[in-house]
Design a protein around this ligand. Structure first.
Ligand SMILES: [Zn+2]
Length: 259
């Protein structure tokens, strides 16, 4: 089974959701982590994920959307995550933007909630690795694991993530012709046990020579990412699927109350 570690299936730019799900199911893509981006979309993600048992929600505040956060958003997030089988995300740091201090505060608040509720984090990190690791470090022992979404950095940073128990989640950006050489080398060095796959749909479009990077990504693109990884790691598709299925079960086990 393949599953998508990071998508925004609730996004209104996806106008053919049901069709995309069917298309994905026919390719063996069977589960999705649906990431919210802020308090405004928590309820729509919640209704979507209640509807079908193959979605797990992630609730959080994306570093791009920190303006006008509602009063007591932290309490709302805490309650929502506590009462649902969910991860925390999409959250993180994006230092291509200016409000870095505020980003750090909002991110740390979410890490504290994750640590308290022992939930994984689904993290966006751009140009902020030097701050990400120090901010995460004190809480790592209480967080089951964290996922770095759309990982696109070098081997040194990949190892820094892996040694802290994080996963590197790869999107269709690994397929872009100008990225292929770099990623094929990276995959020689990182173990399967640290890898996840995602679409970030409807973002991170698939490159095509005709249309470039215009357009939206689809759930079905996960299959292309998975195939490329199998090729670069010289493993059978069954091996990747068995590994991913085990990881999905690990997430589910976080929500099972011990009997
Ligand atoms: Zn995203």
């Amino acid at each position: 089974m393949l599953w998508d570690a990071h998508c925004h299936l609730h996004d209104e730019r996806i106008t053919d959701r049901e069709q995309q799900i069917q298309e994905a199911l026919s390719l063996g893509i069977k589960r999705w982590v649906v990431c919210s981006t802020g308090p405004d979309d928590w309820s729509v993600v919640n209704s979507l994920c209640r509807e079908k048992q193959f979605f797990i929600a992630a609730y959080g505040v994306h570093p791009w959307y920190l303006d006008n956060l509602p009063h007591q958003w932290e309490e709302k997030l805490y309650t929502l995550v506590k009462n649902t089988p969910s991860l925390i995300g999409e959250c993180g740091l994006d230092f291509e933007r200016e409000d870095q201090k505020l980003q750090e505060e909002v991110f740390q608040t979410q890490i504290i909630i994750a640590a308290e509720l022992q939930r994984p984090l689904n993290i966006h990190c751009r140009k902020a690795w030097h701050r990400l690791f120090p901010i995460l470090q004190p809480y790592l022992s209480k967080i089951p694991f964290f996922i770095i979404h759309a990982f696109s950095h070098n081997l040194h940073i990949a190892r820094e993530v892996l040694k802290r128990g994080g996963y590197l989640s790869f999107a269709s950006s690994i397929l872009r012709p100008w990225n292929q050489e770099r990623f094929s080398k990276l995959f020689q060095e990182i173990p399967l046990s640290g890898i996840l796959v995602e679409t970030d749909a409807p973002d991170i479009p698939l490159y095509s020579p005709e249309t470039g990077l215009s357009g939206l990504s689809r759930l079905s693109h996960l299959e292309l990412v998975a195939s490329q990884i199998c090729e670069w790691k010289s493993i059978e598709r069954e091996k990747l699927e068995a590994y991913l299925e085990k990881q999905w079960m690990q997430i589910l086990s976080l929500f099972q109350t011990p009997s």
